[in-house]
Design a protein around this ligand. Structure first.
Ligand SMILES: [Zn+2]
Ligand SMILES: [Zn+2]
Length: 209
C-alpha cells in the first residue's frame, strides 16, 4: 500500500502531498465545535460539513506535509488572536490545514481533500476514530460525540508529543523556522466578525447557511 497521499483544493490550483500516510501515522476525528463550523461558514463552504455540521479532520505531522503547487494562494485566518491558525486556498476557499504554532506540531486537513481520483481518504487513513464536541452539532448530537473523550484526547496528545520528540515539527508547511512565524498572509477576525458567524453554527443556528 502506498504511503504517499495527495490532496488538493476544490479547483486544483493548490496541491499538497502527505508522505508516510497511514491510519497509524495520522489521527482522524470528526469535530462538531462551533469554531470549526464558523471557519467553514466564513469561507462559504458549508458543503464541507457533514449532516450534523461536523468537520472530518485528518491530523498529520507537519514535516510529513508539503505543498507542491499554488503556494501563492495560501492564506490564514484566525477567529481570534488566540487559538488555531486556519489555513485555506484563496483561489476557491478550500481549507488546507489547521495548526497551532510549531511548538504544538500537527496539521489538521479535511479528509475529503484526500478523495482524489482513485485515492480515498478512508483507504489511506482509515475511518474516523471518533467524534468530539457533539453538543454543538446541528440537529442533535451524533451517537458517541459528546462528553470527555479521554481515549481520543490521549491519542491526539500522544501523536503530537511523539512528532515533537522525533523532530517532525520541521519543516513546517505554514511556518518559517528561522523566524518562527507564519509564511503566509494572515487575517484575524474582529469580535464582531466572529460573533456574526455564530448565527450559522450549532447547536441551534438562527441563520441559514
Ligand atoms: Zn483552489
Ligand atoms: Zn473543532
Amino acid at each position: 500500500m502506498s504511503t504517499r497521499a495527495e490532496f488538493r483544493c476544490r479547483c486544483g490550483e493548490v496541491r499538497g502531498v502527505v508522505t508516510d500516510a497511514s491510519p497509524r501515522t495520522a489521527n482522524r476525528v470528526v469535530c462538531y465545535c462551533g469554531d470549526c463550523q464558523a471557519f467553514v461558514h466564513k469561507l462559504g463552504r458549508a458543503d464541507l460539513l457533514d449532516a450534523h455540521a461536523g468537520s472530518d479532520i485528518v491530523q498529520v505531522a507537519p514535516a510529513s506535509l508539503a505543498f507542491v503547487q499554488g503556494q501563492d494562494r495560501i492564506r490564514g485566518l484566525r477567529l481570534a488572536s488566540k487559538g488555531l491558525y486556519r489555513w485555506y486556498a484563496s483561489c476557491c476557499d478550500t481549507p488546507v490545514g489547521n495548526t497551532l504554532t510549531p511548538a504544538v506540531p500537527f496539521v489538521g486537513i479535511f479528509a475529503s481533500a484526500f478523495d482524489q481520483g482513485a485515492q480515498r481518504a478512508d483507504d489511506v487513513f482509515g475511518p474516523p476514530t471518533g467524534a468530539i464536541q457533539g453538543k454543538h452539532a446541528v440537529g442533535g448530537a451524533p451517537p458517541g460525540s459528546t462528553g470527555i473523550k479521554l481515549s481520543l484526547i490521549l491519542r491526539a496528545l500522544g501523536k503530537i508529543f511523539s512528532w515533537r520528540l522525533r523532530g517532525k515539527a520541521w519543516p513546517h508547511p505554514f511556518f518559517a523556522r528561522d523566524r518562527d512565524a507564519p509564511i503566509y498572509p494572515l487575517d484575524v477576525l474582529s469580535r464582531d466578525e466572529r460573533e456574526a458567524l455564530r448565527a450559522y453554527c450549532g447547536p441551534h443556528p438562527t441563520a441559514q447557511a
